[in-house]
Ligand binder design. Structure first.
Ligand code: 5AD
Ligand code: SF4
Length: 476
């Protein structure tokens, strides 16, 4: 009898990939995926610690399992990911019926730990060393990248994949818990990355998104040779079958010219660049310990636009960081108005125990002020995004078709019919259009006839007949 696994994932792309890897690993050992808790033998929560709200949600979800576990003591409940690493024993204290706590650097141990619990050995915990718990080499070893053989059936779409090129982070922005939960920055050896990319291409993957906390800081030195992200992109570009290469998330100070030139010159490289500014105020940036000024950010932004005029740049901002004045916020607002990002992800500051920010600065901006700044910035960004999208009206874009749109899914549109599909352009714009599900996984031209701030609406172009508007004459 196969065992069944139910897994819930929150958080960033790293977590999505970690879950994919854990599922693939357990499937190799005979597990199958369960659709719900009732059918599961093992229940895993892959957790996030970046903001308090994410943790609260996980603890509430665990709380709801209290009586469930009483009724089904044989079911194994595990907490993995950043919150497991951060809270460790606290997870057991708050939810004593949890069987497993596994940090992101220890995921390879999950199958063995499940066996230990099954063998009646009690609660199991596997976490990595803290950043000050010993010699750096030992700490690094305790944060292991977990990238076993890929299984295309484990991805939401087999033709797209994340590929980890780096783990950890050494930037220590004062608000951020990631350097603590994911450990020191470590670039994976290029030959491993290339081998994995070739496996993905053989499996029919067309689009690879390279991921790392500061992906453009990637460096790997062996035999006296240093490989940078730009070198990796050149090598990956040679792989047949791979048609698109993206990479997230970039750190502003490491946006070097060799990388921009590679993006400009390599046709498979997406011109979508996510480069979080976090704030437009030098005082705030200094307290965040971001290591650059707003002038530095502007200079970098100018270089991106000068090298890759069509670049679609997106950013993250934190509003209401400790001590942020109205004037500081205005500077952030001005930066967004000036750079006209394709999109910005805006977050209200959430104090994280264990960070320098929590130790040094009070979380002193009232919730209402954080909320107002969040809404003001969001409103500005939405206006910019909408104007930016307008450029695409009447244009033709190349779209990698990802699958049924949310509308098609909720309406249960039949896979045999023409349904509403969704996909993305090479610069990561979401496009919605009607088409046959057999188009899923294909890269096809779409003519755009309507736009909203974050979505382009279009129709499949099936024939080219002289038509000035560029609008489609037939719909597939
Ligand atoms: N509070 C709010 N937002 C945060 N981020 C990281 N840490 C915090 C925090 N403590 C945001 C940053 C980062 C994004 C992934 O999450 O903007 O770029
Ligand atoms: Fe966190 Fe800063 Fe590292 Fe990004 S660069 S993961 S915000 S510490």
């Amino acid at each position: 009898m196969p065992k069944h696994l139910y897994i819930e994932t929150v958080g960033c792309q790293m977590n999505v990939l970690d879950s994919e890897m854990v599922v693939a690993d357990l499937r190799k050992r005979g597990y199958e995926l369960a659709r719900d808790l009732a059918a599961a033998d093992v229940i895993l929560f892959n957790t996030c610690s970046v903001r308090e709200q994410a943790e609260n949600k996980t603890y509430s979800a665990l709380g709801r399992l209290r009586s469930f576990k009483k009724q089904h003591p044989e079911k194994i409940i595990g907490v993995m990911g950043c919150m497991a690493q951060k809270d460790q024993q606290l997870v057991f204290n708050r939810a004593p019926y949890v069987d497993l706590v596994v940090g992101p650097g220890q995921l390879a141990r999950i199958p063995d730990l499940i066996d230990e619990v099954t063998a009646g050995k009690g609660q199991q915990m596997a976490v990595s060393m803290g950043r000050k718990d010993g010699p750096i080499a030992e700490i690094k070893r305790s944060h292991e990248t977990f990238d076993p053989l890929r299984d295309p059936t484990m991805r939401p779409t087999p033709f797209q994949a994340y590929l980890r090129i780096q783990i950890g982070c050494d930037k220590f922005c004062t608000y951020c818990i990631v350097p603590m939960t994911r450990g020191p920055e470590q670039g994976r050896p290029p030959e491993q990355i290339l081998a994995e990319a070739r496996v993905l291409a053989d499996q029919g993957c067309k689009e690879i998104t390279l991921i790392g906390q500061t992906v453009n800081s990637y460096k790997h030195t062996s035999g006296g040779k240093t490989t940078r992200l730009s070198d990796l992109l050149h090598a990956l570009h040679e792989i047949d079958g791979i048609q698109r290469l993206k990479f997230v998330t970039n750190f502003p100070k490491d946006m070097t010219d060799d990388l921009l030139v590679a993006v400009r010159d390599l046709p498979k490289c997406s011109s979508y660049l996510h480069v979080p500014a976090q704030s437009g105020s030098n005082d705030v940036l200094a307290r965040m310990k971001r290591g650059y000024t707003v002038e530095d950010y502007r200079e970098m932004f100018g270089r991106i636009k000068a090298t890759i005029p069509a670049a679609a740049v997106t950013s993250d901002f934190i509003v209401g960081f400790s001590g942020e004045t109205d004037d500081d916020f205005q500077k952030t607002y001005d930066l967004v108005a000036e750079c006209r990002f394709k999109n910005s992800f805006i977050f209200k500051y959430s104090e994280r125990p264990g960070t320098k920010g929590a130790e040094l600065y009070a979380d002193d901006i009232p919730f209402e002020v954080k909320n107002r700044r969040n809404n003001d910035l969001l409103e500005l960004q939405n206006r910019i995004s909408e104007q930016d999208s307008q450029r695409f009206l009447g244009q033709r874009v190349e779209v990698l078709v990802e699958g049924a749109s949310d509308r098609a899914k909720t309406r249960g549109e039949d896979a045999g019919d023409i349904i509403q599909l969704t996909g993305r352009t090479n610069d990561d714009r979401i496009v919605v259009f009607d088409g046959n599900p057999r188009l899923i996984g294909e890269i096809i031209p779409i003519a755009i006839y309507d736009v909203s701030p974050h979505t382009l609406f279009g129709a499949v172009v099936t024939q080219e007949v002289g038509c000035d508007s560029g609008l489609p004459l037939q719909i597939a």
